[in-house]
Design a protein around this ligand. Structure first.
Ligand SMILES: [Zn+2]
Ligand SMILES: [Zn+2]
Length: 162
């Protein structure tokens, strides 16, 4: 069983009631996420510790597969998911539930050959350079958060190759 850990790279981040990443106590969370067309993925009906989750429309197995809604936790380094459960390792095509467009490819993930992390954004404008990378393999916790082009947080699985 591999272990995951949270790497923090940006110790001087200015958390506030308006920051794109929020902090209460030890909990780091993201108040809203957007697709590359600026659609909010936030849903009030699915919550994690009373915080609204994010809806990703997935095509199971890849392009052309059956559509299922999956909800991600807004808490950084929280791999809980709600919605349609899939076997670990299932490949998903990640799409926006509003425009149905596939999320943009960011960087390869080390969990599987050919797997990529896909982009969602901290603001409605993807050019503002605040992005969250989520893996398209169900159950892979390897994700990261950037703001203004700087890597802020990354969840890595120990023993995976970089
Ligand atoms: Zn969209
Ligand atoms: Zn992965």
């Amino acid at each position: 069983m591999s272990r995951k850990r949270l790497e923090e790279y940006f110790e001087n981040y200015q958390f506030s009631a308006n920051s794109l990443i929020r902090k209460d106590g030890d909990r780091l969370w993201i108040p809203d996420l957007f697709c590359h067309n600026g659609h909010s993925l936030k849903v009030e009906k699915v919550t994690f510790d009373n915080l609204p989750g994010f809806n990703i429309l997935c095509r199971v197995g890849g392009e052309g597969g059956p559509e299922e809604d999956i909800y991600l936790s807004p808490i950084i380094n929280d791999s809980r998911k709600k919605g349609a459960e899939q076997p670990e390792g299932t490949r998903l095509q990640l799409t926006c539930p509003v425009c149905k467009e596939e999320l943009k490819q960011l960087v390869p993930c080390t969990c599987r050959v050919g797997a990529y992390r896909r982009a969602v954004y901290l603001t409605p404008d993807p050019d503002e350079m605040g992005a969250v990378g989520i893996c398209e393999i169900y159950g892979c916790p390897q994700s990261f958060v950037t703001e203004e082009g700087e890597l802020l947080y990354e969840v890595v699985v120990e023993g995976s190759r970089e």
